[in-house]
Design a protein around this ligand. Structure first.
Ligand code: ARG
Ligand code: ZN
Length: 861
């Protein structure tokens, strides 16, 4: 059965709303089995638009009554619209609907989770709550009353400020909240639940006091202090870096275990996945602590970049997301370690965004069309979007960027705007012409740069010739690309004056450097100044020099990644041809030197530099991927390093032993990262002594970082200690949902040959629940990212089946799972045959959601 083709929505078809909603009064009577929502909307015709009927959005609403100015009126409905004709210029619309949050498994709109009722309205969940003009350019002030059973749902929250509350019959109570700020419906939120609260305050720069609260499942208060501190640090940082003060009297964060995404910036009432709130040293890793800092900051920063100034339409999503990711990246870099932060950002971009931009879901950071907007909350819109904002800052400088932000808020506070409006403010404040730069907003695909160099000893002139191309773009006009560079002499020193930012504006362009005494080593794209793929025929000697001497830590790391990539890709070809890989001694020497300089260069940097490029990143460099050969090649290099550097790894492992009790500082986190990198290399040797060492660390660690690192390394190794550790870990942590997610993820991500069988078995384990997004991501999506184990006929058939099963419950999450197939055309013919069958089986599934259908159609198309 083929599902009907759902309509495509185009940016070019945007029109302003025909009606506006000034105020919204909502009354929720929450009860098991049904919730009644009464809405009173003060509406008027938009004077800028021709008169036409009112068409409201709705989904799965049972309409009980519709009245205009107190009178029943004729109206017509479809499953997703309610139309009223012949309306006066201004009127009050009153509707009553019944919804069923207990059976809302999509987790969009109002839904039930373990400890109560929660909402998720971005992008289009509000229409699942009441009839409305559910679009971000319709902004209103809201007053919300909730009624619920008092014992079961003692906490009643909505956006804004508490106005009044009281008791009512049958042990029920009510509370009214008012949000004085105009906002689009996607920022609406309410919560009714049994929750514990951690309370604090923040004094803003101008002396206002903001009441802060974090609400979590009962018994978890001791896992909240880190998130509270992160919130206070974010508030301070935004004042210092951008002069942005909190405008709210109350700022609340509520954590919920069932949540489709990471977190949501609802005005004054953020709702978070527990994953980005709960942390304590024994249950959360250093990476978890850092992610919480960044996500708490991200949602707080949205209060200005997203809420005070919002998006005109959903095509502009990157207006708020790219900008807010850039802001949370900068916050994280200031709070932790700027050097490794940048390295990790780029590692993440290459692992997820570059493949997306080269695959069937490629889209510009501002898409021109979509079928289902939820499919466009992507690493392109978020992470590439942040890179585009970062380039703007590179082009006009930090001060220019700050002036541009000031101008943006001066012009647009309280408005719903476009990406052009943002860039226009940047241009006005800096005088920079961004006309050509707009291509970054309008084209899909990763630009490729091909760089050649010529040195003329006679004249002392060094010339870089740079060509750009983007085969995914609709035409071959050039991008404006900032390329930071420096030239190094043979001694590893920067040649004076060579450190600069080149502006590439042509498809082919030359840049000259004069007064150069001897052929230099170019360090190109320092700090990853643009999200491009750069080819230059570096020699291993040049890369070794940069790895040892480049003062920009990103490009030092990059030199090491280039060395390793070349070796692994050559070895992949060798293994596929039945030959043994060869590993040059120079690479081992470079790795040894890195280990020896950890004290000067920082443990965190060395840990990053010793981490080989990931398989999905390496796969992008191949035309046809043989996942088994690639996997064998990368593992062989890991094992070779372990054999050659066993003494160094063991020495550093011992030398970096913790000084005392765990502290989450970046300094200590860096030491742990390097020590655990050493342990994982040592485990490649799979000797009884090393296995014991890992088991010993697993059992004695006083923190999750070290315990989990030992478990993760053992999970990649076939041995009895692996099974012991997995069993002990589950036994100990089975009641901590987020730790169980880690337990599922180390198994689904394992390179062991029987991983598919394990994952299948775990779908029937009590720890797994297909209705919980975190569990699906940990077990199923993480398996889909396991290159060697997923890309098999049986792996394809399994994820196709799981996607269909999940689609009936939660299309948004099913659609994310379906994306595991994105790169199927990069594999050999036999694999492609099976992937196609799997995709077709999903496509032909009866009643398939438009979310998954869009993904599958693009993949097959
Ligand atoms: N705006 C949220 C954030 O980035 C994400 C919400 C995504 N929701 C969705 N249904 N796709 O912080
Ligand atoms: Zn966001």
């Amino acid at each position: 059965m083929k599902t009907d083709t759902p309509p495509t929505i185009y940016l070019k078809d945007y029109t302003a709303p025909a009606y506006l909603v000034d105020t919204v009064d909502l009354d929720f009577v929450i009860a098991t089995g049904a919730t009644t929502v009464s809405a009173t909307l003060a509406m008027r015709r938009n004077p800028a638009v021709a008169a036409q009927p009112l068409v409201l959005d709705g989904e799965e609403l049972e309409t009980l009554s519709v009245a205009v100015d107190g009178e029943k009126v004729p109206f017509s409905t479809t499953p997703t619209t309610l139309t009223i004709a012949d309306l006066p210029d201004a009127f009050t619309l009153h509707t009553v609907v019944r919804i069923d949050p207990d059976r809302n498994t999509r987790l969009s709109g109002l839904y039930r989770s373990k400890d109560g009722y929660f909402t998720q309205c971005e992008a289009q969940g509000f229409r699942r709550i009441t009839w409305f003009l559910d679009r971000p350019d319709v902004m209103s002030t809201y007053t919300v009353t909730l009624h619920a059973d008092k014992a079961t749902y003692p906490v009643l929250l909505a956006n804004g400020n508490p106005v009044a509350s009281g008791e009512e019959a049958d042990g029920r109570h009510w509370a009214t909240w008012n949000d004085p700020f105009r906002k689009p419906a996607y920022l609406f939120a309410l919560v009714a639940g049994k929750l514990d609260g951690l309370f604090d305050t923040f004094q803003t720069a101008s002396g206002r006091s903001v009441q802060l609260a974090i609400y979590v499942e009962p018994g978890k208060l001791d896992q909240c202090p880190h998130a509270m501190a992160a919130l206070q640090k974010s508030m301070k940082w935004d004042e210092e870096r951008f002069g942005l003060e909190c405008d709210l009297d109350h700022y609340m964060i509520v954590a919920v275990g069932d949540f489709n995404m990471g977190a949501m910036e609802n005005k004054g009432l953020n709702i978070f996945n527990t994953k980005y709130v709960l942390a304590r040293a024994d249950v959360a890793t250093d990476v978890d602590f850092e992610n919480i800092d960044r996500v708490v900051a991200h949602e707080y920063f949205h209060n200005w970049t997203g809420n005070r100034v919002t998006c005109r339409d959903w095509f502009q999503l990157s207006l708020k997301e790219g900008l807010t990711v850039f802001r949370d990246q900068e916050f994280g870099a200031d709070l932790h370690n700027r050097q490794t932060a940048r390295i990790r950002e780029v590692r993440g971009l290459r692992a997820a965004q570059f493949p997306e931009d080269a695959g069937p879901m490629a889209h510009p950071i501002r898409p021109a069309s979509f079928v289902e907007i939820n499919n466009f909350y992507t690493s392109t819109v978020y992470e590439k979007g942040a890179e585009v904002i970062r380039m703007i800052q590179t082009l006009i400088g930090r001060d220019g960027f700050r002036a541009g932000m000031d101008e943006y808020f001066r012009r647009h506070d309280g408005q719903a705007v476009t990406c052009e409006d943002f860039v226009a403010a940047m241009a006005a404040a800096s005088g920079f012409d961004f006309t050509q730069f707009m291509r970054w907003y309008n084209q899909p695909g990763t630009p490729h740069l091909a760089v050649d160099s010529v040195f003329e000893a006679k004249t002392g002139r060094y010339t870089l010739h740079i060509k750009q191309s983007n085969p995914r773009a609709s035409d071959n006009h050039p991008y404006l690309i900032p390329i930071r560079i420096a030239l190094f002499d043979a001694g590893g020193q920067i040649i004076a004056g060579s450190d600069r930012t080149l502006l590439l504006t042509e498809n082919s362009q030359q840049f000259h450097f004069d007064g150069i005494a001897a052929e230099p080593v170019p360090s190109l794209l320092r700090d990853f100044s643009a999200p491009v793929v750069l080819d230059y025929a570096y020699t291993p000697q040049q890369l070794t020099l940069l790895l040892a001497h480049e003062s920009d830590p990103f490009n030092a790391w990059e030199a090491g990644q280039r060395l390793a990539s070349t070796l692994i890709l050559d070895a992949t070809a060798a293994i596929a041809a039945g030959q043994a890989p060869v590993w040059p001694a120079s690479f081992v020497d470079a790795a040894r030197r890195l280990l020896q300089t950890q004290a000067e260069r920082g443990a965190a940097f060395v840990a990053e530099a010793l981490t080989l490029p990931g398989e999905s990143t390496l796969a992008e460099a191949l035309d046809i991927v043989d996942p088994d050969a690639l996997h064998a090649a990368r593992n062989s290099l890991r094992r070779h390093l372990a054999e050659q550097l066993e003494g160094e790894f063991a020495g550093l492992y011992a030398g970096l032993a913790p000084h005392g009790a765990y502290t989450p500082s970046s300094e200590e986190a860096g030491r742990r990262a390097l020590r655990n990198t050493c342990l994982a290399y040592l485990l490649e040797l799979n000797t009884p002594a090393v296995r014991q060492l890992a088991l010993q660390q697993f059992r004695s660690a006083d923190n999750m970082t070290d315990q989990f690192a030992a478990l993760a390394a053992l999970a990649q190794t076939e041995c009895t200690e692996r099974e012991t550790a997995l069993a002990e870990f589950y036994q100990r942590w089975q009641h901590e949902a987020l730790v169980v997610d880690k337990w599922l993820a180390v198994q689904s991500g394992s390179r062991l040959p029987d991983t598919l069988a394990t994952v299948k078995r775990l779908t029937g384990h009590p720890a797994f629940d297909i209705g919980n997004p975190n569990k699906v991501y940990a077990l199923l999506r993480n398996f889909g990212a396991n290159l060697a184990r997923f890309h098999t006929p049986a792996g394809y058939a399994f994820l196709a089946e799981q996607t269909q099963l999940l689609d009936g419950k939660n299309p948004q999450v099913a659609s994310r799972l379906a994306r595991c197939f994105d790169r199927w055309k990069k594999f050999d013919g036999e694999r492609q045959k099976h992937a196609r069958l799997a995709l077709e089986s999903i496509r032909d599934h009866q009643g398939l959601s438009r979310d998954v259908l869009e993904i599958v159609n693009r993949a097959l198309g």
